[in-house]
Design a protein around this ligand. Structure first.
Ligand SMILES: [Zn+2]
Length: 243
């Protein structure tokens, strides 16, 4: 009996030391909470195969909790508050309830983040509020292999990035009259330099958008991946990190 008690006492002591140490470590390192990203699936483009590519990259950083769903009601105020950043991609969708549009815009205005990939500007085209939020509305595209030029090397997202080649769609936009974009990358289209990635502040929140990302060739391009991941970090006001 006495021996059993001693073993139990020793166990309690070991537990106390372990718990104490764990407490010290967490206090010292103060790990940041994971970024909760919501990726809205649905609409045109192959999100079914493309989202898992980005989701894996984000999870591997250890900084993200990823939710992928086609439930557009996640944009409503009562649901969107569970996330730090919303990622949009698929084309051709429209809000099925005005509360989704309001939820998304209020979320970013009050400090949330929006990351738009490619056809995010071809979504919710009936909504002027959404057009203003993302800044551009899809107006046409070409396709081929071209160079993406780093237009702004001073921004945290594009700092130290080199121009890169990509096989992808080119993208033309109509810009919202209130857009205050800072263009990060571009491509040459004749005499026009088309912006292929931009950021803008929206209220207290941030919007990152890249026009690249049509097909698998883009989503598996490490330069595209790097740009997208850095853009997401920046949008949630964290130091952009490479995947
Ligand atoms: Zn496309």
């Amino acid at each position: 009996m006495r021996q059993t008690m001693n073993v139990a006492a020793a166990l309690v002591m070991v537990m106390a030391v372990v718990v104490g140490t764990a407490h010290l470590i967490s206090a010292e390192e103060a790990p940041k909470a994971k970024v909760r990203i919501f990726m809205l699936q649905g609409g045109g483009h192959d999100w079914k195969n493309h989202f898992p590519i980005l989701a894996e990259i984000l999870k591997k950083t250890g900084d993200f909790n990823v939710t992928i769903s086609e439930d557009m009601d996640q944009l409503k105020a009562e649901n969107i508050k569970k996330y730090d950043v919303v990622l949009l991609y698929g084309s051709g969708q429209n809000f099925s309830d005005p509360a989704q549009e309001k939820g998304l815009c209020d979320f970013v205005r009050s400090g949330g983040a929006l990351a738009g990939i490619h056809s995010a500007t071809d979504s919710f085209k009936k909504s002027d509020a959404y057009w203003e939020l993302v800044g551009g509305r899809f107006a046409g595209h070409g396709h081929g292999k071209y160079t993406v030029y780093i237009h702004d090397k001073d921004h945290p997202i594009t700092k130290d990035l080199e121009d890169f080649e990509i096989t992808d769609e080119t993208y033309r936009h109509a810009y919202h009259k209130n857009l205050r974009m800072r263009s990060l990358t571009c491509m040459n289209r004749g005499n026009e330099r088309q912006s292929m990635a931009w950021v803008q502040d929206y209220g207290n929140g941030r919007v990152f958008y890249t026009a690249n990302g049509h097909g698998r060739e883009a989503w598996t391009n490490p330069h595209f991946q790097r740009l997208a991941v850095r853009g997401i970090y920046w949008a949630v006001k964290r130091e952009p990190k490479d995947p």
